[in-house]
Design a protein around this ligand. Structure first.
Ligand SMILES: O=C(O)c1ccccc1NCC(=O)[C@H](O)[C@H](O)COP(=O)(O)O
Length: 217
């Protein structure tokens, strides 16, 4: 059983909602492990298929290209998948739907009060990880809000990607408490929606590296 109790040597970093070539370059330069591209038209950070192709071509080997979808048409997802390494589903997609593209995938879960994480981990057993995000009714992601991190059980049967309201000032505290496989940030490293700030990207990566070092000492 994969479990969150197996602590990673370091906390992986996913920067999400990139829409500009310069932001891709800046994120890679500070050591991003993964870059997220939002394909959902309801988002201010949305990129279309042509922009996805252009941005994904700028991503070097060993940095994971992640595409974000919210209950979208399988034909669109399949076309986008040509430019992606990993699919991230933010809607009510079933496990079978998520698995239907022949690509590794993760499931985003919004931490509504009644969410049973153990049951969700069992239901989405085929996911590479669960991305846990804040719940705001009617907003599928990118809220910039945190949630009660103590709700995440240490023995969850899937690796955790912690998201929601993270930034350079609180990511160390979040890692200390949750010890996630990875952290995911969008709004906390932005100058404006969809425009990343190179200083905030660097500060976020430095904060993660710093807390990781204390665990290795
Ligand atoms: O970012 C969006 O606009 C978005 C829209 C719809 C679904 C998902 C979206 N973003 C997903 C992410 O992975 C964000 O990084 C995650 O929700 C955390 O966002 P933030 O709280 O701003 O760091």
């Amino acid at each position: 059983m994969t479990t969150n109790l197996v602590l990673p040597a370091r906390t992986r970093i996913k920067f999400c909602g990139l829409s500009r070539e310069q932001d891709v370059a800046d994120a890679v330069a500070v050591g991003a492990d993964a870059l997220g591209f939002v394909l959902w038209p309801g988002s201010k950070r949305c990129v279309d298929e042509a922009r996805l192709a252009a941005l994904s071509a700028r991503v070097p080997a060993f940095v994971t290209r992640v595409g974000l979808f919210v209950d979208q048409q399988p034909e669109l997802i399949a076309r986008c998948a040509e430019h992606l390494d990993l699919l991230q589903f933010h809607g009510d997609e079933t496990p079978a739907f998520c698995a239907g593209f022949g690509r590794p995938w993760i499931k985003a879960l919004r931490m509504r009060d009644d969410l049973d994480l153990h049951a969700a981990a069992e239901a989405y057993a085929g996911a590479q990880a669960l991305l846990l995000d804040a719940y705001r009714p009617g907003v599928p992601g990118g809220t910039g809000e945190t949630f009660d991190w103590s709700r995440i059980p240490a023995n969850l049967a899937k690796p955790v990607i912690l998201a929601g309201g993270l930034g350079p000032d609180n990511v160390a505290q979040a890692i200390e408490l949750v010890r996630p496989f990875a952290v995911d940030v969008s709004g906390g490293v932005e100058a404006a929606p969809g425009r990343k700030d190179s200083g905030l990207l660097a500060a976020f990566a430095a904060a993660v590296a710093q807390v990781d070092r204390t665990h290795q000492a």
